[in-house]
Design a protein around this ligand. Structure first.
Ligand code: TNX
Length: 566
């Protein structure tokens, strides 16, 4: 592990710490070192040891002599901590269990760099954003439970705290749901070609066996284990099953259920699992070329299906002791089927709404159902933006996936101005299914950008909190300022950033690691630390790297130092 110098923000002289993401303040006071050879003796006050057990386990073991005193302390920012190393003792003051865990992770990084003799060090730290997320898509290609557990531990090490687990899409359904076994029996498997009767989508290569890495699903037990591992690391899991578009796996699975019930003579039962209107004559093609992937939003059975899914997921979260707080409904890239559906025509006439509002109608209805259960709805910004805010619950999370130069700034500000919780999932800075570089040997899509290397992720400027949560565009390829056409209301803010690992092109678990590391660390850095080279937000203005207000020399110095710590 490299051990680099960095100028802690506000420090007059460079301080050598190994902590990543960069802490707010660090200093090297005078005093005697701490010799860890004697082993640590941990005591806690006001923070349950169970809540920080995973972070404690990241330290060298031992029932030793060196006191490590962990105390809850009021007056610190949420997730904040103060770590004091010196004179034979280590002390942690933390706002909460998350703060204590972060302090322990910082300590573990310092031990990894310095060895068992720690020179005196004081760190004061707190995150810039409360939401620091990673999306892992296990729907397109499945990724194993061990891989997910490993990622959860890596996330905690770099102080990321939201795992957006993408469990359902066109190509697969990856979570066992009580009462709907077909979802995983059918939806958990891609097939060799499209001739199989229940085929979801073909395998990406020449590996048709059902044991191919693209196949599989999480059992209820697996998911509970994942939730528990996340909770032990202060990570909230946000499940997502994309709807009403991107729903081919659910549609195919429920067709099988329908047929089985019909064969058993249970017509009424079968009708409860209809997700499309059989008389719908609409022809559509989704952006990803599916012509049969959209739930019919006018059928009551669609909503009772979603209800069963939410029931099942809620129960698993309860069993894990990690209540479901946010549920992501997708809501993106709906191809706009339904115009040829008699059921929809009847509903439109009855409710007197225009056909163009059907997508919004779906989101508003599911959001309302979630709100009744006390669960926050989350969705992608394109779909969410079409809703009528007056018909949405007050508590809404939106993931902005407009590009830096294609409307993402205005979208982020407009949706923040609706009072929503805005998370920046900006493709050109945080879609880690894009390749590292425009090189034919690299895997990944390039629709958003020709490549995102760690420096580009590092140079993303998500804005200036708390009053002005502005999205600051920064695209190294096109350093042209983007006009801020929708200034953010000064009382609003952006709640955080998220990295996305979509997995259409990412099949094996080792490819997951390759796509995420090291650039995930750059995003973790931006989610945690606000740097002096980021100019303050000014309403109506925006800037990119070419803007003279960006202190490029300071950015490069920070980058070199960061790269040394990675
Ligand atoms: C767009 S981001 C998508 C995903 C794809 C991704 C591939 C979003 C809401 N939709 O379904 O996996 O691009 O880069």
């Amino acid at each position: 592990r490299a051990f680099a110098l960095y100028a802690a923000r506000g420090a007059a002289t460079p301080v050598d710490v190994a902590i990543l993401p960069t802490p707010v303040r660090a200093s090297r006071p005078a005093g005697r070192p701490v010799d860890l050879a004697g082993g640590l003796r941990v005591t806690t006050t006001g923070i349950a040891r169970d809540d920080i057990a995973a972070a404690l386990a990241s330290l060298p073991p031992g029932q030793g002599r060196v006191p490590l005193t962990i105390r809850q302390q009021s007056g610190l920012a949420a997730e904040g901590y103060r770590l004091t190393i010196g004179d034979g003792a280590i002390r942690i003051d933390a706002a909460d269990a998350a703060g204590a865990s972060h302090a322990l992770r910082s300590l573990a990084q310092q031990i990894a760099a310095e060895g068992t003799t720690l020179r005196p060090l004081t760190v004061e730290d707190a995150p810039r954003f409360g939401f620091r997320g990673l999306l892992v898509d296990v729907a397109r290609n499945f990724h194993s439970k061990p891989e997910l557990l490993k990622l959860i531990d890596r996330m905690a090490a770099y102080k990321l705290n939201r795992l957006h687990l993408h469990l359902g899409d066109d190509e697969g359904w990856r979570l066992e749901i009580a009462g709907l076994p077909e979802l995983t029996e059918i939806g958990g498997y891609r097939c060799a070609d499209l001739t199989e009767a229940t085929c979801l989508s073909p395998q990406l290569g020449a590996d048709p066996a059902r044991t191919a890495p693209t196949n599989g699903y999480l059992t209820a037990r697996d998911y509970i284990d994942i939730l528990r591992a996340a909770k032990a690391r202060q990570i909230v899991v946000i499940p997502s099953f994309d709807m009403p578009g991107h729903s081919r796996a659910a549609i195919r699975s429920m067709e099988v259920r329908y047929d089985r019930l019909m064969k058993a003579g249970d017509r009424a039962g079968a009708e409860r699992y209809r997700l499309v209107d059989p008389a719908d004559t609409t022809r559509y093609l989704s952006i990803q070329n599916y012509d049969d992937n959209t739930l019919n939003v006018c059928l009551d059975s669609t909503y009772s299906f979603i209800d069963t899914v939410i029931d099942g997921v809620t129960t698993l979260h309860r069993e894990a002791g990690a209540p479901l707080t946010t549920y992501h409904i997708g809501a993106d890239e709906t191809a706009g089927a339904w115009t040829g559906s008699p059921v929809c025509r009847a509903m439109l006439a009855q409710k007197n709404i225009p056909v163009g509002k059907l997508g919004a109608f779906f989101i508003e209805r599911v959001a309302g159902d979630l709100a009744k259960r006390g669960i926050r709805v989350a969705g992608w910004s394109d779909g969410m933006g079409h809703t009528d805010p007056a018909l949405m619950p007050a508590d809404v999370q939106t993931n902005i996936w407009g590009g830096l130069h294609t409307g993402g700034v205005a979208e982020a500000h407009a949706q923040a101005n609706r009072g929503w919780q805005v998370v920046l999932s900006i493709p050109d800075a945080g879609y880690f299914d894009m390749p590292y570089a425009a090189d034919p040997n690299e895997t990944g899509y390039d629709w958003a950008t020709r490549g995102i290397d760690a420096f580009q992720a590092f140079g993303f400027m998500p804005g200036n909190l708390p009053a002005n949560g502005a999205l600051i565009p920064d695209n190294f390829a096109r350093p042209t300022p983007v006009p801020d056409t929708v200034p953010i209301d000064p009382t609003r803010s952006i709640i955080g950033v998220q990295a996305q690992l979509w997995s259409e092109t990412v099949r094996r678990d080792d490819q997951v690691d390759y796509m995420l590391f090291p650039r995930l660390l750059a995003l973790a850095e931006r989610g945690w630390a606000r740097e002096a080279w980021e100019p303050p937000y000014v309403a109506g203005q925006s800037y990119a790297l070419g803007d003279p207000r960006v202190d490029r020399a300071a950015l490069l110095a920070e980058w070199r130092d960061f790269a040394g710590r990675v």
